[in-house]
Design a protein around this ligand. Structure first.
Ligand code: AMP
Length: 216
């Protein structure tokens, strides 16, 4: 099964993605994680992406599409994949259609995590990530046992540079203008299941599983 997960910043894509990948044993392709890892390694791609990401802007389509294409070429797609954070523009959706046409990479289901803008702001500004294993925490909703330290691997917790109020405004605007049309693009193809992402993690997960196990 090839799944695309969509939702604004802080809707819970990262948390649900972890669960989906574990349950269905599929490959996780998160363009945000790939960019962050490239920035950490200070590669050419990372340097190209950094300026855009720090401001909350989308990395240009040609850079992102080329990265996804080379990633897919190396992928062993036995059980399928979960695309997380891509396609995020109509041009990317069309580029992905071209890459996947006639292959085993065509998207079967799209999950749309739906949540209000106020709730997104609270979630994003309280979010913390582990430098070691990328585990996601929240200062009030899901705090680590020891402040600033990851429960799983003991790594240092940090706040993403783009998880500030200013960057978030830009990212929400990007989401509204560039990414909402992508949701519409897949809705027209009858692929979208909308999930109420304001619920507890457990309830969002139950609804996600139901959506994935229902026939399209
Ligand atoms: P995310 O972790 O999905 O919230 O992505 C973090 C940032 O990475 C975004 O705000 C963009 O700057 C960049 N990014 C991730 N995926 C894409 C994409 N598909 N197209 C353009 N930029 C992206």
């Amino acid at each position: 099964m090839n799944i695309l997960i969509m939702g604004g910043p802080g809707a819970g894509k990262g948390t649900m993605s972890e669960k989906i990948v574990e349950e269905y044993k599929i490959n996780h392709i998160s363009t945000g994680d790939i960019f962050r890892s490239e920035i950490g390694k200070q590669t050419e791609l990372g340097m190209k992406a950094k300026g855009y990401m720090d401001q909350g802007l989308l990395v240009p389509d040609e850079v992102t599409n080329a990265m996804v294409k080379s990633y897919l070429e190396m992928l062993d797609n036995k059980n399928g994949f979960l695309l997380d954070g891509y396609p995020r523009t109509i041009d990317q959706a069309k580029a992905f259609d071209e890459m996947s046409k006639g292959t085993s990479l065509v998207i079967d289901k799209v999950l749309a995590l739906d949540i209000s803008l106020d709730e997104l702001t609270a979630r994003v500004t309280g979010r913390r990530l582990c430098r070691g294993c990328s585990e996601i925490y929240h200062v009030t909703n899901k705090p680590s046992q020891k402040e600033g330290i990851c429960d799983k691997c003991g790594g240092e917790l940090y706040q993403r540079k783009d998880d500030t109020v200013e960057s978030l405004k830009v990212r929400l605007e990007e989401y509204r203008t560039s990414t909402m049309p992508v949701l519409e693009y897949y809705r027209k193809q009858g692929l979208v299941s909308v999930i109420d992402a304001s619920q507890s993690i457990e309830d969002v997960w139950n609804d996600t599983r139901k959506a994935l196990e229902a026939e399209v």
